[in-house]
Design a binder for this molecule. Structure first.
Ligand code: GAL
Length: 504
C-alpha cells in the first residue's frame, strides 16, 4: 500500500516537473481517437480448438530447432480466445475510444477458402465486435495480420503466388459482410515486415528464404490484393460507413551526417521501407528510385528482367487512391549512412537498399535496442503531409518494449509523453492531420520470432510462472488513462522541441 502511494506520488511529481514549461495548449481534438492494439496469433491461443484450421504460424513454431528465440509458441498466448470479455473490459478501462484486433483467417475459414465456414470462429468475432461496441468503443479490425491458412500454403498459395489475391478477396468479402459494425478496416498489417520476414529472410512463418526475389513478389501481390479488396469494398458495400486502409510500418530515417551520400542513403532507406508501399497506393506505382535501383542491380547480376515485378498501366490506375486514411505503425528512428555498392554476384535486398543503420550514442534505447527518438515522429508526419498531399494519419501502432521484470514501466511513460507531444505539435504547429493513436499493445503478447522476450503491453502477463495468466496493470495504464480522459497533454519544450540537436 505504502509502496503504491510512494510510486504514485513520485510519478505525479515527475510529471508535474516535466510539465512546467508549456509549449502549446496541449489539447487533442474532441473527436480524436485513442485506442489499444492486438493481433489474433499474438493473443488468442486456442490454436486448434473449436474447428479452427491451422495457420502457417501454427506450423512454423513446431519446427525443430524452434525458429522462436525462447522456444515458445502462440498455442496459448494470452488465452484471449477464452478471456476476450475480460480483455475488452481491460481495454475499455483505459478509457479509450477504440480497440484494434485482427481476424484469424483459418479460425473463420479453416482451409482459407470461403466454401467451408467454421461457424464457431465466425461467432467469436461477431461477439467480440458486439462487446467492443457495448463498451462504447469503435472496432478497428485487421483482415490479415500474418496468419495465412496452412492449407493454402500447402497448396502453393502463398503471397508469392498471384492466385492468392482472389482467395484473399473472397475471405475479405466474407468477413466484411458478416461484421458490418466494424468502424475501421485494415486490409493488411505491415506488408513490408511480412514480405521481408516471411519470403525474404525467412525469420517469420512460413519461413521462406528467397532474399531479394520472394520478398518483392510478395510485395507486388499483397499491394494488388489490398487494392482489390478496397475496390471490392467500395463497389459492393456502398452503404457501409467504415473507412478502409492498409497499415505500413514507417520509422524515421535520419542521415548520419550532412554529407550528400548519407542524405541520399536516408532517402533510399525511406523509399525501400516505406515509399515502396505508400507510393503505389497514393501515386499508383513504385517509387522511381526503387524501380531504378532494383532494375539496375538485377541487370548487372545477370537477370533478364528486374527482380521487382512491374505494374501495368491499368494496375497503376487500379491501385492509386486505395485508402481512406494513412495507417502507420511507428516505433523508432535510425541513423542511416551510405555504404559502397556490393558486388553483383550475390542477390540480396540489403544490396538493393545499400545502407548501414545505427543509432546515436545519446539516444535512449528500449529493451530491443530501438532508439527512443520522439522528434522522429514529427518529422515523419511532416514528410507524409508533403509527399502524400496531407492525408489523415492514424497511428495504428506506436510503443516501446520492456523486459517484463517490473510493472514500473517508466520508459513507456516517457516514450508516450514525448512521442505524443511531438504528434500534438505536428498537428498544432505544422498542421498535419492525425485522427487517432492506437498504441501497441493492449497487453504483453507473443512477439513473433522473439517469443515472449519483449513486452509491449499496458497490462503485464507472467507467461513463464503464472498459469492463470493474470493481467496486471503497469504504471503506464494510469498515465495513458489520464491523457485519454482529458485528451490533454502538457508538453515541455525540452522533450518536444523541433529543431534542436536531439537527432544530430
Ligand atoms: C509490429 C507488428 C506487431 C507487433 C509489433 C511490435 O511489426 O505489427 O504485431 O509485433 O511490431 O514488435
Amino acid at each position: 500500500m505504502l509502496f503504491k502511494l510512494v510510486t504514485t506520488l513520485s510519478l505525479l511529481l515527475w510529471i508535474c516537473k516535466a510539465d512546467d514549461v508549456l509549449k502549446n495548449n496541449g489539447q487533442f481534438p474532441r473527436n480524436f481517437m485513442f485506442g489499444a492494439a492486438s493481433s489474433a496469433y499474438q493473443i488468442e491461443g486456442a490454436w486448434n480448438e473449436d474447428g479452427k484450421g491451422l495457420s502457417t504460424w501454427d506450423h512454423f513454431v513446431r519446427r525443430t530447432p524452434s525458429p522462436v528465440v525462447d522456444n515458445t509458441t502462440g498455442d496459448v498466448a494470452c488465452d484471449s480466445y477464452r478471456r476476450w470479455k475480460e480483455d475488452v473490459k481491460l481495454v475499455a478501462d483505459l478509457g479509450v475510444q477504440s480497440y484494434r484486433f485482427s481476424i484469424s483467417w483459418p479460425r473463420i475459414l479453416p482451409s482459407g477458402y470461403d466454401k467451408h465456414v467454421n461457424e464457431k470462429g465466425l461467432e467469436f468475432y461477431k461477439q467480440l465486435v458486439q462487446e467492443i461496441i457495448k463498451h462504447g468503443m469503435v472496432p478497428v479490425a485487421t483482415i490479415f495480420h500474418w496468419d495465412l491458412p496452412q492449407f493454402l500454403f500447402d497448396n502453393g498459395l502463398d503471397w508469392t503466388n498471384e492466385e492468392l489475391i482472389n482467395v484473399f478477396v473472397r475471405y475479405a468479402r466474407f468477413v466484411i459482410k458478416n461484421l458490418p459494425e466494424v468502424g475501421y478496416w485494415i486490409t493488411i498489417n505491415e506488408p513490408r515486415v511480412h514480405c521481408r520476414r516471411s519470403y525474404g529472410d525467412g525469420l517469420h512463418a512460413p519461413g521462406v528464404s528467397d532474399d531479394g526475389i520472394g520478398d518483392y513478389k510478395c510485395t507486388y501481390n499483397i499491394l494488388k490484393a489490398h487494392a482489390a479488396v478496397y475496390r471490392m469494398y467500395k463497389r459492393e458495400f456502398p452503404r457501409y460507413k467504415a473507412k478502409m486502409g492498409m497499415v505500413v510500418d514507417c520509422q524515421w530515417y535520419e542521415p548520419a551526417s550532412n554529407r550528400p551520400e548519407d542524405v541520399e542513403a536516408a532517402e533510399r532507406h525511406y523509399q525501400f521501407e516505406c515509399g515502396m508501399y505508400l507510393h503505389p497506393i497514393f501515386q499508383g506505382d513504385w517509387p522511381p528510385l526503387v524501380k531504378y535501383r532494383v532494375a539496375e542491380r538485377s541487370r548487372r547480376e545477370g537477370y533478364t528482367k528486374s527482380r521487382l515485378p512491374s505494374f501495368t498501366a491499368e494496375e497503376v490506375k487500379f491501385m492509386r487512391g486505395t485508402q481512406d486514411f494513412l495507417g502507420v505503425n511507428h516505433y523508432s528512428t535510425t541513423s542511416v549512412s551510405n555504404v559502397q555498392e556490393a558486388s553483383y554476384n550475390e542477390t540480396r535486398f540489403a544490396h538493393d537498399i545499400r545502407v548501414s543503420i545505427n543509432r546515436k550514442l545519446n539516444w535512449e534505447v528500449s529493451f530491443l535496442g530501438w532508439g527512443v527518438v520522439p522528434t522522429g515522429v514529427r518529422r515523419l508526419l511532416n514528410l507524409f503531409k508533403e509527399r502524400y498531399n496531407d492525408p489523415d494519419v492514424m497511428f495504428t501502432e506506436i510503443g516501446v518494449a520492456d523486459d517484463g521484470t517490473t510493472l514500473r514501466d517508466d520508459i513507456r511513460i516517457r516514450y508516450f509523453r514525448s512521442y505524443f507531444c511531438n504528434i500534438l505539435e505536428a498537428m498544432q504547429v505544422d498542421k498535419v492531420s492525425v485522427v487517432g493513436i492506437i498504441p501497441w499493445s493492449a497487453m504483453d503478447s507473443f512477439e513473433w520470432h522473439r517469443g515472449y522476450e519483449a513486452r509491449f503491453g499496458f497490462y503485464a502477463i507472467d507467461f513463464e510462472n503464472d498459469p492463470q495468466l493474470l493481467r496486471r496493470p503497469k504504471m503506464s495504464v494510469n498515465y495513458y488513462k489520464s491523457i485519454v480522459e482529458s485528451k490533454r497533454l502538457h508538453c515541455n519544450t525540452a522533450v518536444s522541441v523541433w529543431n534542436d540537436k536531439e537527432i544530430l
